[in-house]
Design a protein around this ligand. Sequence first.
Ligand code: NAI
Length: 326
Amino acid sequence: MKTVAFFDTKSYDKESFLKLQDENINIRFFENKLNADTVSMAACCDAVCAFVNDSIDKKVIDELERFGVGLVAMRCAGYNNVDIKYARGRVKIARVPAYSPYAIAEHAMGMILMLNRKLHRAYIRTRDHNFSLEGLTGFDLNGKKVGIIGTGKIGMAFAKVCEGFGMDIIGYDPYPSKDFIGKYVDLDELLSNSDIISLHCPLTKENRYIINTDTISKIKKGAFIINTSRGHLIDTEALINGLKSGNIGAAGLDVYEEETALFFEDYSDEIIHDDTLSTLISMPNVIVTSHQAFLTKEALNGIAKTTMQNLKDYFDGEKLENEVII
Ligand code: NAI
């Protein structure tokens, strides 16, 4: 029997993984995030399973190696929170490269519809018997230009959603794909022409703060920015300045650069000590969701299926198809 420590688990994780329970794998669910303070909980385990806001840095990797933990099975696509270079030769890293790109693409469109048609404000108004339409004017998405940064699995699924709305689709990606249904342009052209910009690239050293003061100055006045990828793609202070000046018309953020301390937890009875996030949340043209875009039944089941397969492959000595190697 092999034992796997699952970190940062919530009820919905347990539900999807327990359905696929394997008689040879003993899962120990922990609510704590995996980091240098909690890694000792993985002692005596054969593998760990981690998520987007766990921190698999040098210290954690050293400890995992010392405990004889051979695999970190990420139950997500991104691995920017793993020191991949340092892990090499010490602990294997596997991930779930694809589960449901539609889940994230549909959430991105959900945020666009909400921001454009001010559904968040209308919902509150009518509950208060305020049936006024003042301030709720949106625009037709049909015929508007959407700029997609990162045209991989999610970017392409999002492009198809936008196609259904009759939008004109342009994309920027250093590795263009022939399957992309839009027109490729360079980043500056995308920024200056798009009515809506949606981020769908992974976070790398090169594209950290791809949305910054300089790139925001190139954005078409009043354009929307949607980020369902990773928080550090946007310099939040620059975004706030862009929103204050009106250069940016609205922002839909499913991710936030300082999300690790807050997202996935309930702080509704507490005062949040993050003035930047508080400023964003206070703006009528900003929607923040707490890294929720992946959260559909189909995606959760897909994540559980591939993660269990990754664990089995590793324990059975089979080729680890989804190993992250750089
Ligand atoms: P993918 O690997 O299929 O596609 C990523 C694309 O981005 C590739 O075509 C790549 O060439 C491109 N790219 C890389 N660097 C770029 C840059 N500097 N500028 C523009 N394009 C660049 O990945 P997939 O599955 O589409 O996921 C994209 C990202 O979405 C993930 O890396 C993750 O950060 C995020 N994500 C967010 C979720 C959420 O719940 N909010 C859930 C799942 C993924």
